[in-house]
Design a protein around this ligand. Structure first.
Ligand code: HEC
Length: 240
């Protein structure tokens, strides 16, 4: 047998045995175990520029929250523009914000802390949580800039309660809850969300994949958040 044939036979056998002769040239994907056996590679997105020193990301924190809670059909999306207010883009949102003044001078902030029917989002929708109100206030205090940095996020953390549910509460629940849930899709509890995790629609919509409606409409979650969702699904979408 020729030397070359021998060498390729050797390499072929090696690769069959799962040995890598060039292991220094490629990095192995991190593997998570799946309940019931098997394993999927854990997705690790290329890291975007991270937000520093407590900077609020307009793109990944403020905008998804406002789109989900306010730029909904019948309220402040471009088609409905209730009271002339559209909250679907930086330019439109800035119409309601006075940068370089205390948050209490901005209409966007004022309506969040009003009571009764004057409050936004109006009842029966839930009011913003204190955490969400603080997020808007801090963003205004920081100059209401069109920041696009990525909030701290580790794709390896994908617990349903600690990581996945907060993403959905911030970016989806505004449209997908209550008596008029968009598309008759409810995403309030684990039991609501699980079927969409398993049928591929949750991932297809947040990845803005062809064949799925892009969700949230007009905004995309940051890569790391999408990877957390993907890893959680790969892990069997447990209620952990
Ligand atoms: C501004 C409102 C709005 C927000 C925010 C929103 N959705 Fe939707 N969603 C809709 C509407 C309207 C539909 C129904 C029409 C359609 O499918 O495009 C829909 C449909 C869907 C569907 C069904 C799609 C299909 O192909 O059957 C899924 C799944 C979904 N949304 C998931 C999400 C997720 C996950 C988020 C958050 C990351 C989200 N949505 C945020 C308005 C919204």
């Amino acid at each position: 047998m020729e030397y070359k044939t021998l060498l390729s036979l050797f390499l072929w056998t090696g690769s069959l045995l799962g040995l890598s002769f060039f292991s220094s040239c490629h990095t192995d994907p991190i593997v998570v175990s799946v309940p019931g056996g098997g394993s999927y590679p854990n997705v690790n997105p290329g890291s975007g520029e991270e937000c520093e020193d407590g900077t609020i990301s307009f793109q990944y924190e403020v905008l998804p929250l406002l789109v989900s809670s306010c730029a909904t059909s019948g309220c402040h999306d471009a088609a409905s523009h209730k009271d002339g207010v559209i909250l679907d883009s930086y330019e439109n949102i800035m119409e309601e914000v006075k940068p370089n003044k205390p948050p209490s001078k901005s209409k966007l902030y004022q309506v969040l802390v009003r009571s009764g029917r004057e409050r936004m989002p109006p009842p029966p929708a839930d009011p913003f949580t204190q955490e969400q109100i603080d997020l808007i206030a801090t963003w205004i205090e920081q100059g209401a800039l069109n920041t696009t940095c990525s909030p701290a996020c580790d794709a390896n953390n994908h617990s349903f309660q600690a990581d996945i549910l907060p993403i959905i509460q911030q970016s989806c629940v505004g449209c997908h809850s209550g008596s008029q849930a968009s598309g008759s899709v409810w995403l309030e509890t684990y039991n609501d969300i699980y079927p969409y995790a398993i049928n591929g629609k949750l991932l297809g919509t947040v990845k803005h994949q062809a064949g799925y409606s892009a969700m949230p409409p007009g905004v995309q979650l940051n890569d790391c958040r999408i990877a957390q969702i993907e890893n959680w699904i790969n892990n069997g979408a447990p209620n952990d």
